[in-house]
Design a protein around this ligand. Sequence first.
Ligand code: F3S
Length: 425
Amino acid sequence: MQLNAEDEAMLEGRAGPAKQRAMQGLVQLGKAYGAEDMVDIGYAHIHAGMALYWKDVELMEELVGLGASMAVPASANIANADTQGWRATGAPEALARLQQRAGDAHRALGSDACFTCTPYWAGHWPTWNTHMASIESTVTVFCNSVLGARSNRDGFFAVYAAIAGRYPRFGYHLDENRRGSHLVRVEAEPDGVSDYSALGFHVGAEVGGGVPVFTGFRARPSLDALDALGAALATSGGVSMFIVPGVTPPYADLAVAFPQGVPAEAVVVMGADIEAVFERFSTGRSDAIDLVHLGCPHASFEEMKHYAALLRGRKVHGGLELWVTTSRAVRNMAREAGLLAVLEAAGAKVVSDTCPMACHFARTVSPDPALGVVPPPKRTIVVDSAKQAKYVRDMIQCETLLTTPEGAVETAVSGRFVPRRGLNR
Ligand code: F3S
């Protein structure tokens, strides 16, 4: 792989031990994927340091000890506990304190300890053609597909990229991979973020690691709809990028999205395909609901407004909890706008830094015994996101009921499940 003088200096340790370790990792990554050289990056969304694993936080602290710092603007991904409001979630204090230590490490590194899967709603908005790195698939797919930035799904290498400010040029950093692989004709009429989530889940399973190109939307999808679509595409498939001609920069039409020629065959999505995803994730019992969840991916300010409008003057049913997960930045915006007061007056818990599947509810992880994590029993969790549904099932190992945000709020207020079609939408 071709390295420039600065890369060589880092690799040889002349820029300090942290940059040396980072460059060693990036060279290894680049060689594994046949990269010819490295590019400057302009942003990185990096590993949080997950408090369910003591050593994981210590790893971030070790980087601080080596003198590491962020060479580019960087944000931290979702964590295992709400570092400010953990008591309301029932998380053990030891877990929250350890997660706070990870936050301290980020502040020492110079990364934004925002602990969110939607850093773009918190102000991290890389623009067209910005090379970047990301640990979070939702961020990768949003930045590639909505903002026109260039990102792979990186894992811990995103930390090394942020320290070095460099990244090996392969995958979605190359024009040749940023072109359509599948034509998707949407015959359904998705209505609202949960329909887009179900649509993405269905299409992701069809196209695997491809780049689906969507046609047939009756109207330009909202940013929240695109966010939900991408998150679900990246969950059921290995999708890192999708194209909506006229939305995804710089793809104005199908001809630009398919420079090799528009495929003759299309993946056709009918309304029944969307309904099937709702059915697939609606196996729980309506009379055994423990938690209703909104905010996967972490809610935008627009979504917070919507939730507040639905909940204004109402009360969450006594037998269950309603969680709204969002970034701390958006929670602060919601506080300023008076929305937080509305949500909390209704009895909703507005949780930041984590989400149900990532917090102490997870049963498929083995946290350090000193943290005192005992996953509480959960029977059914109501969600409005196919991504959260999949991970709740896999990680918390309980049943789900999938509905819309409106259905979730009605469920939370009534205590009885209100499905997608139960609202005459
Ligand atoms: Fe974010 Fe958790 Fe959903 S990490 S994308 S809220 S599963």
